[in-house]
Write a protein that binds this ligand. Structure first.
Ligand SMILES: [Zn+2]
Length: 325
């Protein structure tokens, strides 16, 4: 299957997966007539390698025909085959500049990131529950050489353009999320910013300098920005290709508002501690999916605070939240 417009083709690679709850892991090959570009590189499994090889072969190509890789963000289900492809052919890899320390697994960045999360979980009153997460972050530091991309990444940012596509910074899901917009064809490759069926979480993370990013607000702004574009096909990082992006995004924005309202009402009714808010909202998932749940709660607390609906005060080193209106 391919999608064609104005002498350019997209070959989607959509592979069912049990990874997370995302349904499929997608990447896309763009054939611009002169060269082939891979947008995102799936996950590191034999099944995904097969899918990439098969899609290329079905159109008369091989791995060695690829000319470049473009990454929408640094998560492992989007960069999985980069090193494997580079072993076969050394081609340029492009990603947002915030992706560079994450993909190059830079020591200084990883140590900063672990300290960032340690302090964050202490101040959110859940340092005990956070131990497995912190151990994982430590493991990443110790095994960093195994995970590093074997290349120099070419950084992209807002205002850049590549293959005639505009690079749009669309952070929230991750600090380095970018979308590629082919205005002429009304094609949008948006990584995980908009998924058809599941909510792509705004995930708490520090930027390169160690500042906590206002992820929910960023995600909301990114969604609004993409909604305004003329789009025929939105090529998403998971699930099906979206043909009614305006409606899909409206629903996402409603959900964000709904969740913000729920959190606010908990606080308004007298739940003041982040940990208790998380337990009220997510029940046993607070323990089984600690990292995602806490990320979500912290993201929304920051959001409500920025909106002037709540305020926080430090008591014995732990933030207490209070409703303002
Ligand atoms: Zn993903």
């Amino acid at each position: 299957m391919s999608i064609k417009k104005k002498s350019r083709l997209v070959y989607p690679i959509i592979v069912p997966t049990s990874y997370g709850k995302v349904g499929t892991i997608n990447s896309y090959i763009i054939n611009d007539g002169d060269s082939l570009s891979l947008i995102d590189a799936g996950i590191h499994t034999e099944k995904y390698k097969d899918a990439l090889i098969t899609t290329l072969a079905a159109n008369g190509y091989r791995i060695s025909d690829l000319s470049r890789i473009l990454l929408t963000h640094h998560h492992e289900d989007h960069v999985g085959l980069v090193n494997w492809i580079l072993q076969k052919k050394d081609i340029p890899v492009y990603a947002h500049h915030e992706a560079v320390p994450r993909l190059m697994v830079e020591q200084e960045f990883l140590v900063m990131r672990k300290n960032f999360f340690t302090e964050l979980y202490i101040s959110m009153g859940c340092i005990e529950e956070a131990q497995p997460r912190l151990e994982k972050l430590q493991q990443t530091i110790e095994h960093k050489n195994e995970n590093t991309l074997q290349t120099i990444i070419r950084p992209l940012g807002e205002g850049d353009s590549i293959l005639g596509m505009k690079v749009l910074e669309t952070p929230g899901h991750s600090a380095d999320s970018i979308s590629f917009y082919d205005e002429e064809r009304q094609w949008l490759l948006a990584g995980d910013v908009v998924l058809k069926k599941t909510t792509s979480n705004a995930i708490v993370d520090p930027d390169i300098k160690g500042n906590r990013l206002p992820t929910v607000k960023q995600h909301k702004e990114s969604l609004k920005r993409l909604q305004q574009l003329d789009v025929e096909y939105l090529f998403a990082g998971h699930q099906e290709i979206i043909e009614d992006h305006h409606n899909v995004i409206s629903q996402k924005l409603d959900k964000i508002q709904h969740k913000a309202n729920r959190l606010y009402s908990f606080i308004n009714e007298g739940t003041h501690l982040p940990k208790e808010i998380a337990q009220n909202l997510y029940g046993h998932k607070f323990n089984t999916e600690f990292s995602l749940v806490m990320s979500e709660v912290i993201g929304y607390l920051d959001y409500l605070e920025e909106e002037g609906l709540i305020e926080k005060s430090l008591q014995n080193g732990i933030w207490h939240y209070k409703a303002l209106k």
